[in-house]
Design a protein around this ligand. Structure first.
Ligand code: NAD
Length: 455
C-alpha cells in the first residue's frame, strides 16, 4: 500500500518553473509536494542556460583551454546547484519525492511509493532535445545539449545540425576554444529573428571562422565516433569528428499518463488556457511543457501567475506580448514584443521604425564594439516591439521589456537620463528619434519659439 499525501499543491518537475512555484507556495503557507525524477534545477541549470553561458564566457577569455573551460562550466553549475537542491527545498518545508510522477486518476498521482491527492497540480516537466528522424542518426554517436557540456574531448571539427540559438551559441564557444565548426541549417540561420539584425550576428560569427551553411537540410548521417559524415538533401556532404544536434525541443509528457487525468495535448504539448489551466481544472501546466515560448524566464513568469491563481484564487492571464528573448552569441541578439514584420502587418503606414546604430554611440566607439543596431517599432507614441543586435543586447532589451510590460510611452524612455558614456544611451537615442522630426521639423515649434523670444 502506498502512503497517501494530501498537499495543497503538488508540483511535478524541479526545473526553473517548478522550483519557483514550490518555493513561492511553501513560503506563502501552502503545503507543497515536489516530485523530480532526475536532476533538481532541470535543463536550465544542468544542460542549458547556465552551462552554455559559462562556456561562452570561458571561451571569450584569451588562452582558455578546452579542459579549463569545461572545469569552469562544472564549477558554475556546482555554485548554483545548492540553491536548487533537495536539501534547500526540504529546508523550506517542501516534501521532495525523487521519482517520476504519473496520474492514476483526475486528482491523483503516484510517485516514489506515494499516492499524492493534491488540491492543485502544477506540471512543470519541461522539454528535452528533439532528435529528428534523420536517416542513420540513431546509429551514429551525437551530442545534444544534454551531453555536450560533460564531454572533455575537444572536437577537431564540430558539425552542428540546426542554426537556432543553441546551435549558434555552441558554434561560437567551440570555435573560440579552437575547434573548426560547420553549422548546417535547413532553412535560415537564426531564422526566428529579425533578418537585418541576424545578419549582423551571422557576419561576426562567419568572420570568426565559423562555416554557416543555410538551405542545407541534413538527410543522412553516417560514420562512427571520430569520423562522421552528414549528407544533405542536395547531395553535398560534410565530415567532422563530433556532431551536435540542435534542432529544437519536445515537451516532456510521456511519463505523466495524462489520459488518466483527462488532460489534452496538442502538437506534443499540454493544452492550456490563458490562465495556464489544462483541460483538467485542478491541473496547471507551465513553462516548456505548456507548448509556448521555451525560455526559463517564461517558466518563471508562469510560476508567478500560477501562484496567484492557485493560492489566492485570482484570475490570471498569461501573455506573450511583453516577453523578451536573447541569444548570447557575441554580438548578442535580443528582442521583445512584435517583430518588424508583425508590427508592419498590424499597424501599416502608421508604424514608425526608430533606429539607433551602435556606430553612433560613444561607448561603442570607445570599446570598438560598433557593429550593432537597435530598432524600436512605435505606434502612437508607444513601443510595440524592439530588437537589438550588438554588444550587451540582452541588457539593452531590459528597458524595452519594462516599457512594454508597464505600457510606458516613448517619452518615458526619452526623458530618462542615461549615464554617459553607456550603451544604454542607444535606448534613449531611439526613443528620442521619435520626437526629433516632431520638434525640429515642425513649423509650429519654430513659430512658438520665435514668439516666446519676443517677450
Ligand atoms: P530552434 O528551433 O530555435 O532551431 C533549430 C533549427 O534547426 C531551425 O532553424 C531548423 O530550421 C533547423 N533544422 C531542423 N531540422 C534540420 C535538419 N534536418 N537539417 C538542418 N537544419 C535543421 O532550436 P534550438 O536552437 O535547438 O533551441 C531550442 C529552444 O530553446 C528554442 O525555443 C530556443 O529559443 C530555446 N533556447 C533559447 C536560447 C536563448 O534564448 N539564448 C538558448 C538556447 C535555447
Amino acid at each position: 500500500m502506498s502512503k497517501l499525501l494530501t498537499p495543497d499543491i503538488c508540483v511535478v518537475g524541479g526545473g526553473s518553473g517548478g522550483l519557483s512555484v514550490a518555493a513561492g507556495a511553501v513560503q506563502m503557507g501552502a503545503s507543497v509536494v515536489l516530485v523530480e525524477g532526475h536532476k533538481m534545477g532541470g535543463d536550465c541549470l544542468n544542460y542549458g542556460c547556465v552551462p552554455s553561458k559559462a562556456l561562452l564566457s570561458a571561451a571569450a577569455r584569451p588562452g582558455m583551454g578546452f579542459a579549463a573551460a569545461k572545469d569552469h562550466v562544472a564549477k558554475v553549475i556546482a555554485s548554483i546547484a545548492p540553491h536548487d537542491s533537495v536539501e534547500r527545498f526540504q529546508g523550506l518545508g517542501v516534501q521532495v519525492i525523487e521519482d517520476y510522477a504519473a496520474f492514476t486518476g483526475p486528482r491523483e498521482m503516484q510517485a516514489g511509493g506515494y499516492t499524492i491527492r493534491a488540491r492543485r497540480f502544477v506540471l512543470a516537466t519541461g522539454s528535452s532535445p528533439f532528435v529528428p528522424p534523420i536517416k542513420g542518426l540513431e546509429n551514429v554517436p551525437h551530442h545534444t545539449n544534454e551531453t555536450l557540456f560533460k564531454d572533455r574531448t575537444q572536437p577537431r571539427h564540430l558539425l552542428i545540425i540546426g542554426a537556432g540559438p543553441i546551435g549558434m551559441e555552441m558554434a561560437q564557444a567551440h570555435r573560440r576554444l579552437g575547434s573548426k565548426v560547420t553549422v548546417l541549417e535547413g532553412l535560415k540561420a537564426l531564422g526566428r529573428d529579425d533578418r537585418e539584425l541576424a545578419a549582423i550576428v551571422l557576419g561576426a560569427l562567419k568572420d570568426e571562422g565559423i562555416d554557416i551553411i543555410e538551405d542545407a537540410k541534413v538527410a543522412e548521417v553516417s560514420g562512427k565516433a571520430g569520423a562522421i559524415t552528414l549528407r544533405l538533401e542536395d547531395g553535398r556532404s560534410f565530415q567532422g569528428d563530433q556532431l551536435l544536434v540542435a534542432v529544437g525541443r519536445r515537451a516532456n509528457i510521456d511519463r505523466l499518463n495524462l489520459a488518466a487525468a483527462g488532460i489534452d495535448t496538442a502538437s506534443g504539448a499540454i493544452v492550456v488556457n490563458t490562465g495556464l489551466r489544462s483541460t483538467n481544472r485542478r491541473v496547471f501546466a507551465i513553462g516548456d511543457v505548456a507548448g509556448g515560448l521555451q525560455f526559463t524566464h517564461v517558466a518563471n513568469y508562469h510560476a508567478g501567475l500560477v501562484i496567484r491563481a492557485a493560492l489566492f484564487g485570482l484570475p490570471v492571464r498569461a501573455s506573450t506580448a511583453h516577453i523578451p528573448k536573447a541569444t548570447y552569441t557575441s554580438p548578442e541578439l535580443a528582442s521583445v514584443g512584435l517583430s518588424e514584420d508583425e508590427a508592419r502587418e498590424k499597424y501599416g503606414d502608421k508604424l514608425e521604425i526608430l533606429r539607433a546604430p551602435y556606430a553612433e554611440n560613444d561607448r561603442a566607439r570607445a570599446t570598438g564594439q560598433t557593429a550593432g543596431l537597435l530598432k524600436v517599432f512605435a505606434y502612437k507614441g508607444r513601443p510595440v516591439g524592439a530588437a537589438v543586435a550588438g554588444a550587451q543586447a540582452g541588457e539593452l532589451i531590459n528597458v524595452w521589456a519594462l516599457a512594454m510590460s508597464a505600457k510606458l510611452k516613448l517619452s518615458a524612455v526619452a526623458g530618462m537620463v542615461s549615464p554617459y558614456p553607456t550603451l544604454g544611451e542607444l535606448n534613449k537615442r531611439a526613443a528620442g528619434a521619435y520626437f526629433t522630426p516632431r520638434l525640429f521639423e515642425s513649423k509650429w515649434v519654430k513659430r512658438i519659439v520665435r514668439l516666446v523670444q519676443r517677450f
